[in-house]
Design a binder for this molecule. Sequence first.
Ligand SMILES: [Zn+2]
Length: 104
Amino acid sequence: MAFSSASYSPSIWRTEARAVIAKVRADNPGVTGPALKKLANAAYPFGPRQYHPYKIWLSELRAQFPKPRPVCKRCGGAGWYDLGGGRGSATCGCLASRAGVARG
Ligand SMILES: [Zn+2]
């Protein structure tokens, strides 16, 4: 027996999670983003949503459906730090300019 493949193989849970998500993708052509994530999550294959298999499932969902980058709610520019409860803080600098900070 030759050790031809020395690469780390993912756990059976992750392998199964990937297979299920791949099937959902194949069964729903044209569906993408949050809608597809919802369908994939509905196809959760491991019984109770707890313990190690569920953690692996969530990890795989996060990996395959990354959160979109936040957009500033004031100017639409890139950068919004969510403080929770509907509050947030712009990181794009538009708050500073609004406060009258004029340079140059
Ligand atoms: Zn802004």
